[in-house]
Design a protein around this ligand. Structure first.
Ligand code: COI
Length: 353
């Protein structure tokens, strides 16, 4: 699917920068919420045209499938400023495809390309003043579809709302994480919701994250539900490990998210000549690779975090120390240039606004 050139909307409000607006590096992620939402409503027949709404004026129906049963799905997508001053969205067509796949799984109405792209373009235009300079951050967009009918029975809702929330964000700072491989709780099981970007997966995952932190780790690695042997994904990221020179990421078996960053990294890694594959990775295999010097590196990746090196994986049998062969930093730097349009490669990944 190729998205059509977005149309510019001349009469939109424009958010002004508040006086105490922080430097881009101090924005962090998800802390500063932009003042406007873009919204559209679905009455069972079709979506209304996208409109701009003040975030403070948005209401949420408490007796809705969203609040009561978690009937909502979302995306996380970034808009960047390129070095030439232009503004673009990164891989919107892939985000739309995943949003619609999540919507189908939860029986929510899907979006068409025009509404999705126009709403995301409007969200960026309205908040362009808040988009950090090239290389220093992004506008993170949160397109969301949620059930909006007040009715307490469990059913497919008759009304839904689509919205785009915006949070101006820092460029993710380099860091490394110590992860705990969780062997008691599970995030998702075959046949469940694991591949859908929906709140239930994050709600299921919060205990694992907090338990990892109680043990002195930064984040959790989820394992397969049946045997607790195979790597799934991290708290809010997909996983990659390099063993014997091969870069491996767990396959899309329906229990993990089909990350846009994951897909981009597979392509970028192959382009640099790396042998990169979607292949099941066992915790024992990681331990043996570390012991025999075959473990090159490990990292998590996602839209919000880009690439985060993993320095250790904690297990009941002790920590697996993960070396750093420089790949997370070099791949992360390459991804950043492509995402931000600092290089001309992969032009179809950037939709200019
Ligand atoms: C993203 O990376 O876009 C995410 O959705 C992570 C978020 C849940 C913190």
């Amino acid at each position: 699917m190729t998205l059509a050139e977005p149309e510019l909307e001349p009469r939109l409000p424009r958010a002004a920068l508040p006086l105490n607006w922080p430097e881009p590096e101090a924005l962090g992620f998800g802390q500063v919420l932009a003042p406007y939402l873009i919204v559209s409503d679905h009455d069972g027949e079709g979506w209304s045209p996208a409109q701009v709404l003040e975030r403070d004026d948005a209401r949420l129906a408490i007796a809705s499938g969203t609040v009561q049963y978690g009937l909502s799905v979302f995306e996380g997508m970034k808009a960047y400023r390129s070095p030439d001053g232009g503004v673009h969205l990164f891989r919107p067509e892939m985000h739309l495809r995943r949003l619609n796949a999540s919507a189908r799984r939860l029986h929510l109405p899907e979006l068409d390309e025009t509404l999705f792209l126009r709403s995301c373009v409007q969200a960026v235009q309205v908040h362009e003043a808040m988009l950090p300079p090239a290389g220093r951050g992004s506008l993170y967009l949160r397109p969301t579809i949620h059930a909006d009918e007040e009715a307490l029975g469990l059913k497919q809702a008759a009304r839904h709302r689509y919205s785009v929330t915006v949070t101006p964000s820092s460029d993710p700072p380099p860091k490394s994480l110590r992860m705990w491989a969780e062997t008691e709780l599970i995030r998702a099981a075959p046949g469940g919701l694991g591949a859908a970007k929906t709140g239930a997966n994050y709600a299921a995952g919060l205990s694992g994250l907090l338990r990892a932190r109680e043990r002195g780790y930064d984040d959790v690695i989820w394992l397969d539900a049946a045997t607790h042997r195979w790597l799934g994904e991290a708290g809010t990221m997909n996983l990659f490990v390099q063993i014997g020179g091969r870069l491996l990421t767990p396959p899309l078996d329906g229990t993990i998210l089909a990350g846009v960053t994951r897909d981009s990294l597979l392509q970028l890694a192959r382009e640099t000549g790396l042998d990169a594959a979607e292949q099941a990775v066992g915790l024992d295999q990681l331990r043996e690779a570390a012991a025999s010097g075959k473990l090159g590196c490990a990292f998590g990746c996602g839209t919000a975090s880009r690439i985060v090196r993993i320095a250790a994986i904690g297990t009941a049998q002790g920590d697996i120390a993960v070396p750093d062969n420089g790949l997370p930093a070099s791949l992360g730097a390459r991804l950043k240039t492509v995402q931000e349009g600092a290089v001309a490669d992969y032009p179809s990944w950037r939709v200019r606004i």
